[in-house]
Every structure is written in C-alpha cells, then in structure tokens.
Design a protein. Sequence first.
Length: 120
Amino acid sequence: MGWTMVRTISPACWTKHALPSTDHPEDSAEIRLKRLRAGPVKVLQGAVIMRFRKRNALVEAVQWFREGDDARVEHRNGTWAIATPEGWREVRSGDWIVVDDAGNARPMDPRLFASLYEPV
C-alpha cells in the first residue's frame, strides 16, 4: 500500500468525506469545536489522519521486585504472574504493577512506565 496523495488541510475545513470545504452538515457543534482544537490533519489517499494525545490518567502503581511487594502477584506455572482482564500476564522483577481507575491491574516494563507516567 503506497501513500501517493499527501496534503495538510485546516481542521476547520475538512468534511466527513475528507474533502476541503465547510463543515459537514451532519457534524454537531461539539464535533466542530473538537476539530478546531485538533490541529492540522493529513489526507492520505482520501483517509483523514489526525493526531491524538494519550489522555491524562491517574493510576496507582507499585514497582515489583520480589514476593510480597504486591499481593496480586502469584507464583503460577514456575513464573510470577498477575491476573488481568485479558488473562494471566507474567511479571518480572522491576516491573510496575499499574492499577487503573476501574481497578484492573497490569504489569508494565519500567522503561515504558517511565515514558508514560510521572509522579503526582
């Protein structure tokens, strides 16, 4: 799949069909306002490519090194693991156990954690 057509257009001028003009008549005022705040978009072969920022999320986290650091981590099948909504995931020494606002816990590599989160 090659990218042949690339052009940047003002978000205030793109439409439901990715053609520059006025706002699409089916767009709500809320969508128009979001579009104005979104910054430039690119049109690649008729597809609108927009930029997104990860939402600010407040999470609880503990760095796991050994048994007892977090009660949710269990020894299973010869390895340390934690139950996640997707199933059991392996936990390695140094991983962060991140608990989101829904109470779901997930292990995260320390480098990835440092790139996504900062202390509050």
